[in-house]
Design a protein around this ligand. Structure first.
Ligand SMILES: [Zn+2]
Length: 67
């Protein structure tokens, strides 16, 4: 995968970036209109993020019920 900072938009929106990556991406975000637009779209359309969160809580539930 290309080491492009654009790639961190989704991770940033999900809040899963390290402190260092988070800072680096915010610095990039100030200069990158593309990422600002994408971030806005990601926060306005909760669909994909909700699906990710649901996936994660489902697997946690599975873990709990199997114990
Ligand atoms: Zn960008």
């Amino acid at each position: 995968m290309l080491p492009s900072p654009h790639h961190d938009v989704a991770a940033y929106a999900l809040g899963v970036l390290d402190d260092e990556d988070h800072e680096a991406f915010e610095r990039h975000l100030m200069e990158c209109e593309e990422c600002q637009i994408e971030l806005r779209e990601l926060s306005e359309v909760p669909g994909p993020l909700d699906a990710l969160r649901r996936d994660r809580s489902n697997s946690l539930d599975d873990d709990r019920t199997s114990h």
